[in-house]
Design a protein around this ligand. Structure first.
Ligand SMILES: Nc1ncnc2c1ncn2[C@@H]1O[C@H](COP(=O)(O)OP(=O)(O)OP(=O)(O)O)[C@@H](O)[C@H]1O
Length: 305
């Protein structure tokens, strides 16, 4: 990587009793990225984030933030980065504005940022309402506003859309993109929701049973993803034999569909050849591998896992 990584994990591992929650994790997050950290429940995402945040100690391996170890960064670590882990907690008897003002004062930050954050996160109208009346979506937004008060360069968000309804998920997704685009903040966020990761990440890492099983940019993914023709015929065995010999290819049968792997073969020609040979077709489509397919291939998991 030509540009120095803003976050670099080298052989990072964490062992609990007799099992590895995270094992030999190597990840580089480039400045300006929206890095999606994807894995099923229990894959090791939160453990990794807790280690980055210095909340738990790694069993082995190294974490470098801004090119330095946690020890070298000391207090600077929390000046230059921010994180939200699980559900954000607030003083429920204080208003949104009071919560932010309190946090700014505690951390010796300028209070002028409070109004800016309320505006940025669309909380201006709700600013004087008690946070006990807030919906989960509003609390998530207030949590992001609080995390951003000190203008961090890197934000780490652990499952930021957990428990939100579709509209809340959309709002947080747009916020993440906006923070990255307009404020230049590098973002690492964990998720087990594939569509979410696919929609906003510039780079994705898939973690499974504590190990990194795949890492790619969205650009790479689109280039590398498999394309094929899928069809269902009245005589599947006969159709496979015929297509293999006519097109010098190797068709596979998956989930009751014949897959022709060669993208250069034209579907209309496939259609004609099968019909001319007395084989009827009940389904024919062009297919590209989705992130969900790739994730399932690697982890045996499903979308919301
Ligand atoms: N304090 C702990 N003691 C023992 N085992 C733990 C501890 N914390 C996490 N684990 C185990 O480590 C593994 C990884 O857990 P982790 O919470 O990091 O997964 P995750 O990917 O964040 O999952 P989720 O999406 O469910 O939060 C799991 O098997 C979990 O049970």
């Amino acid at each position: 990587m030509s540009q120095q990584a803003i976050l670099s994990l080298s052989n990072l591992s964490k062992r609990y009793d007799d099992h590895w929650a995270v094992q030999n994790l190597n990840i580089q997050v480039a400045p300006g990225a929206i890095f999606g950290f994807l894995g099923r429940n229990g894959a090791g995402k939160t453990t990794t984030i807790r280690m980055i945040m210095n909340l738990i100690r790694p069993t082995s391996g190294e974490i470098r933030l801004f090119g330095k170890t946690n020890k070298e960064l000391k207090a600077d670590l929390f000046k230059r980065m921010a994180a939200t882990i699980e559900y954000p907690g607030f003083y429920l008897n204080l208003t949104a504005r009071e919560n932010l003002l309190y946090c700014a004062k505690m951390r010796n930050l300028s209070t002028r940022k409070v109004n800016e954050m309320l505006e940025l996160f669309d909380l201006k109208e709700a600013a004087n309402r008690l946070t006990r009346e807030f919906s989960l979506g509003m609390k998530q937004r207030l949590g992001l506003a609080r995390a951003l008060l000190h203008e961090p360069e890197l934000m780490i968000l652990d499952e930021p859309t957990n428990g939100l309804d579709p509209a809340g998920i959309q709002e947080i997704r747009e916020m993440i993109k906006k923070l990255n685009r307009e404020k230049g903040i590098t973002i690492l966020f964990s998720s087990h929701i594939l569509s979410e990761v696919e929609q906003i990440s510039s780079k994705v890492a898939i973690i499974h049973e504590g190990k990194l099983v795949d890492e790619f940019t969205l650009e790479q993914f689109k280039k590398e993803s498999k394309h094929f023709i899928a069809l269902k015929a009245s005589n599947q065995t006969g159709a496979v034999q015929l297509l293999n010999s006519k097109f010098n290819t190797r068709c596979q049968v998956m989930d009751g569909l014949i897959q022709i792997p060669d993208v250069k073969i034209q579907p209309e020609i496939v259609n004609r050849i099968l019909i001319e040979n007395g084989i009827d077709i009940s389904h024919l489509s062009l297919y590209s591998e989705t992130l969900e397919d790739r994730f399932m291939r690697l982890t045996g998991g499903k979308d919301h896992v």
